[in-house]
Ligand binder design. Structure first.
Ligand SMILES: Nc1ncnc2c1ncn2[C@@H]1O[C@H](COP(=O)(O)OP(=O)(O)OP(=O)(O)O)[C@@H](O)[C@H]1O
Length: 340
């Protein structure tokens, strides 16, 4: 099966100059993975591990201080290949919304509070392409109805809607042209558990109906468990494990993934949940070796010297850990100076 998105050795760093010193935050650090047609893939990891930066780069939103220092992101759209990193801005604009759409973090708050929802839809459409207003209004009505939103929301201001309703509107807006790929960053954040369920069900319904590909970021693995076919675990700018959702939950291989799963609450189980000890490393100053070695209770001597590569253990389960692969699986630390 051909991937719809193929990411190879992607390095996406923030570069700034503070008091004449170049500061490099290695937010996405040599990442390689494939995303397939008609699947929902989750990206999980602690706050600050690079999830949003990865999504922005996938969307081609690469504004300073963010810079891509290497690698490629290839979209395969009807057997035409596009490297989003190299596309001109107008070509990216053509792809966005129609082909690939983004539900950004805190998307409910992107709804302009002084514009009625209907106007927000029109503003959004106009910024994208020349559309006949009547035709577009019919598209909006159909979308709102298919997402079970009452048409009266069109005449409301965002503050008149509940948090869940606002998020539904934001999703309706982002998916109005039924894009082939939907990228959602923390779509359930700031919602109560009932609303979280509602949004997850909505995304599942859109996926079922439109057979699109979804990439869903959340720091909460229980959200992924409910909707994703596969999960990628991200740690300190790197993908450290990829697998089918049931494999990740039943047979996690990376010690960090194990901590993530063990820290999830289980109804009726009063055992103290165990989170990973210590704090995630600063992406400004990564030490040598595996980025998790300082927090890893079972680190080997090699782990402080070399950084393991992602190695496929089975056809659909990969892990970057020396406990599951030999010395041949390391890659040298990426020295940002090489790229500046
Ligand atoms: N504009 C910026 N300039 C410099 N560093 C940045 C910038 N934006 C983000 N970073 C840093 O890049 C790293 C990755 O951030 P990112 O927001 O991608 O992580 P995340 O996993 O999405 O976190 P969260 O779950 O909190 O949103 C962090 O160390 C963050 O501080």
């Amino acid at each position: 099966m051909n991937p719809i998105i193929s990411v190879k050795n992607l390095k996406s760093f923030y570069i700034s100059n503070i008091l004449d010193v170049t500061v490099v935050v290695k937010a996405v650090n040599n990442v390689t993975f494939d995303i397939f047609d008609d699947e929902i893939v989750g990206i999980a990891g602690e706050s600050g591990c690079g999830k949003t930066t990865l999504l922005n780069t996938l969307m081609g939103i690469i504004d300073p201080p963010l810079k891509v220092f290497g690698g490629e992101i290839k979209y395969n759209l009807n057997n035409k290949y596009y490297d989003i990193v190299k596309l001109e801005e107008d070509e990216k604009t053509k792809l966005r919304w129609n082909v690939v759409s983004y539900i950004p973090q805190g998307s409910m708050s992107i709804l302009n509070p002084i514009r009625k929802i209907k106007k927000i839809f029109f503003d959004f459409a106009k910024s994208h392409e020349d559309l006949d207003e009547n035709k577009f209004e019919r598209i909006v009505d159909e979308r709102l109805e298919s997402l079970k939103l009452p048409l009266r929301v069109k005449n409301s201001y965002s503050h008149q809607l509940s948090g869940g309703m606002r998020q539904r509107v934001a999703i309706a807006l982002a998916t109005i042209f039924k894009p082939k790929i939907v990228i959602a960053d923390e779509p359930t954040t700031a919602l109560d558990v009932v609303m979280q369920r509602d949004i997850i069900d909505l995304l599942s319904e859109i996926h079922e109906e439109e057979k699109n590909t979804m990439i869903l970021v959340s720091h909460d693995l229980s959200i992924h468990a409910n909707i994703c076919a596969r999960i990628m675990i991200m740690y300190a700018g790197q993908i450290v494990e990829i697998g089918k959702t049931e494999t990740i939950f039943e047979n996690p291989l990376h010690p960090y993934t194990k901590f993530l799963i063990n820290s999830l609450p289980i109804i009726g189980d009063k055992k103290v949940r165990e989170a990973a000890p210590g704090k995630p490393p600063s992406l400004l100053n990564l030490s040598e070796g595996c980025p998790f070695h300082e927090r890893c209770p079972i680190a080997l001597p090699i782990c402080s010297r070399k950084n393991p590569r992602l190695k496929w253990k089975t056809e659909d389960h990969a892990v970057a850990c020396f406990l599951h692969g030999g010395e041949d699986t390391y890659h040298e630390q990426i020295n940002a100076k090489t790229y500046i």
